[in-house]
Design a protein. Structure first.
Length: 279
């Protein structure tokens, strides 16, 4: 198989441009495509995402990574667009991802329209993968890595304080900077958590192959949360991979310093799953 090539694209998003990378070994032959989604405070070049995308491209998939318009990063991956980050609701992010899928289907990303589409999402991106699949019939398979099981992430007391303040800031541990978040983010969750943004309902009604991957030592999105989502999904969950002692990033860090045994297992299991279910 030919060596994959990388092209970079910009699409109009809810809060500005969506930055999209496309890796493919062929640009003219229709192939299965996989959209790889970042999590909260993540972006298209976060840690293992481009590494896995390259691996997918070498395995015969078109691999797409994208920084949504509210990710807060510029083309270099620096957090310079904090105003966008502050307003990045789940609904706006979902709208952005639907734009990426639409551009892919229309052949606007310098590759032939795909034969099928899969979605892999990490953390918040895992929840977004399930929501995207519910709204997009073209998605044929889903893989969630340490995926969230609900959009509401705060206590009632925290939400009340947030509403009073209007805007809060959270610490970015690696960069040691504070990132703003407007109350609009919460208002969106509260308005739609039982409807468009219901991850449990999206999981229960998925109706397509789904692999759930989680680590037992994940303290960011606990195994209990993953178990609750799996229980709610019932027979809709096709496969599970539970990794003993694996944390939220499966033993890896950003900037990328190499794979861990757990991450290698995640890569292998995900690639095999997608190969079985995407044609």
């Amino acid at each position: 198989m030919a060596t994959p090539t990388l092209t970079r694209h910009q699409l109009d998003g809810a809060l500005g441009e969506i930055l999209v990378d496309v890796r493919a070994a062929s640009r003219t032959t229709a192939q299965p495509a996989v959209l790889v989604l970042h999590g909260f405070k993540g972006f298209k070049d976060y840690a293992f995402l481009p590494v896995f995308a390259e691996r997918l491209a070498r395995a015969g998939f078109v691999a797409i990574t994208a920084s949504v318009s509210g990710a807060g990063v510029d083309a270099a991956g620096d957090f310079t667009r904090l105003d966008r980050f502050a307003s990045n609701t789940y609904s706006k992010e979902l709208d952005d991802l639907e734009r990426v899928v639409g551009a892919l289907q229309r052949g606007e990303l310098q590759v032939a329209p795909p034969t099928s589409i899969g979605v892999v999402g990490h953390s918040r991106g895992g929840g977004m993968a399930l929501l995207l699949a519910r709204e997009t019939a073209a998605v044929a398979a889903v893989v969630t890595w340490a995926g969230i099981g609900k959009v509401r992430r705060h206590t009632d007391a925290e939400l009340e304080a947030w509403q009073r303040l209007g805007t809060i800031t959270i610490l970015h541990q690696r960069l040691r900077i504070r990132l703003p978040l407007h109350y609009d983010v919460v208002a969106d969750c509260l308005a739609h958590e039982d409807g468009r943004l219901s991850i449990p309902e999206a999981a229960r009604t998925l109706g397509r192959p789904w692999l759930q991957v989680h680590g037992t030592a994940d303290t960011t999105v606990t195994l209990a949360e993953a178990n609750a989502l799996a229980e709610h999904a019932g027979d809709a969950l096709t496969e599970r991979l539970i990794l003993e002692d694996a944390d939220h990033t499966f033993g890896t860090k950003h900037p990328w310093g190499g794979a861990s045994p757990a991450m290698d297992e995640v890569f292998d299991a995900t690639t095999r799953f997608l190969a079985r279910h995407l044609r």
